[in-house]
Design a protein around this ligand. Structure first.
Ligand SMILES: [Fe+2]
Ligand SMILES: [Fe+2]
Length: 294
């Protein structure tokens, strides 16, 4: 017989007891950085395999990887901040004695420690965060107003699953700084449970969705791709690495390698959304245009 949401949450709680990390003590923050290693594996740097990359010195490549890591960690912090605000709201609708509530609180605790880990890592690699200003900040603040019901779980999956797939493929890269690799390993371990939780909840809701909710969810799936893509090619990070920011962004967006990497990262999520009927024809089109589907 299929498990209930409470049983799934109970298993995730048991997994959390067995394997959770406190990055403040589980990471060796005093270990020296390797002067020859990159801060992201080369194949996930957005300009990898472009003519711009080929023309770059080893030190510019390293600096670009540092800025790209700071950008991705910054986006991770905003996203986890948003997710925790959404989860806190969900908790007001559920029984505080249930496994479901307790796992939600556990996930929020994981995200608090991840935000701390990402912030410490940005500082440790000698970078500055990329923080939203003006309209960008307003959008991040306003998102909980538009993300309702099943959208909470779609937002969780889009934010978590694509990064997770990319991290998994690259954390053992020998060219990567060991400190970054350790942070990725901690993150993928805890995110695997979050993804399981979000997928389970979304799959349960699909059957009860009204036509309107399904249409709204599909629209949100479609717009998530360009937002996500845009965050990854933030032109400020290229400027901080000493490049022409606008030209570098154009090169990254046009890069076939970058599209293939993104497509590989999004493949698992795309097939899950398709199987749940949440990838509509517009979503397919937008995801394909953005490089999320090949
Ligand atoms: Fe996280
Ligand atoms: Fe998470």
């Amino acid at each position: 017989m299929a498990s209930t949401a409470g049983e799934v949450a109970g298993r995730l709680l048991a997994g959390s007891v067995k394997r959770s990390y406190d990055p403040v003590v589980d990471m060796d923050w005093d270990a020296p950085l390797d002067p020859d290693k990159l801060f992201l594996p080369p194949e996930v740097v957005t300009l990898y395999a472009t003519p711009l990359w080929e023309a770059m010195s080893a030190s510019t490549r390293r600096e670009l990887s540092r800025q790209e890591l700071a950008n991705v960690l910054s986006a991770g912090i905003w996203f986890e901040n948003l997710l925790n605000r959404l989860l806190l709201r969900e908790l007001m609708k559920t029984d505080p004695t249930s496994h479901w509530s307790h796992y939600t609180l556990t996930e929020m605790g994981d995200e608090c420690r991840h935000m701390m880990m990402f912030g410490k890592l940005i500082d440790r690699i000698g970078a500055r965060p990329f923080w939203p200003r003006g309209a960008g900040r307003l959008a991040v603040m306003a998102l909980p107003l538009v993300l309702r019901g099943s959208m909470v779980w779609v937002a969780a999956l889009v934010g978590e699953e694509i990064f997770d797939a990319l991290q998994r493929r690259t954390l053992d890269d020998p060219q990567l700084q060991p400190l970054v690799s350790r942070a990725m390993r901690i993150h993928v371990t805890e995110e695997a449970r979050h993804i399981g939780f979000a997928r389970d909840l979304l799959a349960r809701r699909v059957g009860d969705m009204s036509r309107l909710e399904r249409a709204y969810t599909r629209a949100c799936v479609a717009v998530a791709a360009p937002i996500f893509r845009n965050l990854l090619v933030n032109w400020h990070m290229y400027e901080r690495a000493g490049l022409d920011g606008r030209a570098a962004k154009r090169a990254a967006l046009a890069s076939p390698h970058s599209r293939r990497t993104l497509g590989a990262g999004a493949a698992g999520l795309a097939s899950f959304l398709r199987a749940q009927g949440l990838m509509g024809p517009i979503g397919e089109q937008v995801w394909r245009r953005t490089g999320f589907l090949s």
